[in-house]
Design a protein around this ligand. Structure first.
Ligand code: SAM
Length: 285
């Protein structure tokens, strides 16, 4: 099958199969070859790798992944796309299409069942309505992936890689940077999709760390502290954490802040992840 990544070819497939785009499934298909290669090159896909692709659509990115990788497991929720993918990818013996909702399947079990060996990479032009849940599912369920290269909404990408003291820095920055080193690869205009989304996009690479960035006894407590700190961004840490769901009284919070070497009058948005970790260890005692 010839390359799908052109406005003409994509439109041809859409017309041939009378495919109707679903807005609620975040269906915006890529029609720009340049961006396609930026994604695949960014992930440094090689013949040693197995790629998990979420949402292959009509198979545009999948074709190139299939050329570069050892295997591609493409997981698509829309049953109307399954027969189309059968045609567009039918000539490729290293691609397996799985009809499923990525948020509902056990990815670690899938990897075991498919007997995947070697490096695994998550590469996708993600549906924007579930970008964060999909990425966090892979990270929190400790799916053994080497890196993630995904096209996502521009604002979300900037929040993922934001540093302390900036307006984009928040719970998502800490959650992603706990597991990964994020790096923006390129910004992407709306014009490279059919249909065009209303928001700008960005390709981001998340290099997964071999161990989480900081060591804490109670991950849940650390993330609850992060959530409470950013929930009331304008308040001092002492006040934000005292009047929160954490349930500690003011004196306990003050002592923990002092023991972690954090000035109680600081705001949550100024703390680096190592400081959140220290505070979590002191509060968890
Ligand atoms: N990869 C194609 C491309 O680049 O042209 C399509 C990308 S489109 C932005 C997102 C794709 O994800 C759609 O094919 C959509 O049906 C699929 N999708 C949406 N939600 C999903 C979910 N929960 N699980 C798996 N696939 C999903």
């Amino acid at each position: 099958m010839e390359r799908l990544v052109s406005p003409k070819k994509t439109q041809e497939i859409v017309n041939k199969y009378k495919f109707k785009f679903s807005k609620s499934l975040g269906q915006n298909f890529l029609i720009d070859e340049n961006i396609l290669y930026k994604i695949v090159d960014g992930a440094e896909v090689s013949k040693e790798d197995t790629v998990i692709e979420v949402g292959p659509g009509i198979g545009t990115l999948t074709q190139v992944l299939s050329d570069r990788a050892k295997r591609v497991i493409a997981i698509e929720i829309d049953k109307k796309l399954i027969p189309i993918l059968g045609k567009t990818l039918g000539d490729r013996d290293n691609v397996e299409v799985v009809h499923a909702d990525i948020l509902k399947i056990d990815i670690n079990k899938l990897i075991e069942e498919k007997n995947i060996v070697g490096d695994i990479k998550l590469i996708a032009n993600l549906p924007y309505y579930v970008t964060t849940p999909i990425i966090m599912k892979f990270l929190e369920e400790k799916v053994p992936i080497k890196n993630i290269v995904v096209m996502i909404q521009k604002e979300v990408a900037y929040r993922m890689q934001a540093q302390p003291g900036t307006k984009d820095y928040g719970s998502l920055s800490i959650a992603v940077q706990y597991y990964c080193d994020p790096k923006i690869i390129t910004r992407v205009p709306c014009t490279v999709f059919i249909p065009q989304p209303k928001v700008e996009s960005t390709v981001i690479k998340l290099e997964v760390l071999s161990e989480p960035r900081v060591k804490v006894k109670d991950e849940k407590l650390m993330f609850a502290i992060v959530k409470a700190s950013f929930g009331k961004r304008r308040k001092t840490l002492l006040n934000a954490l005292t009047n929160s769901e954490l349930g500690f009284d003011k004196d306990t919070i003050r002592t923990a802040l002092e023991n972690s070497n954090i000035e109680p009058s600081r705001r949550g948005e100024t703390l680096v992840i190592e400081e959140f970790a220290r505070l979590s260890e002191c509060l968890g005692k």
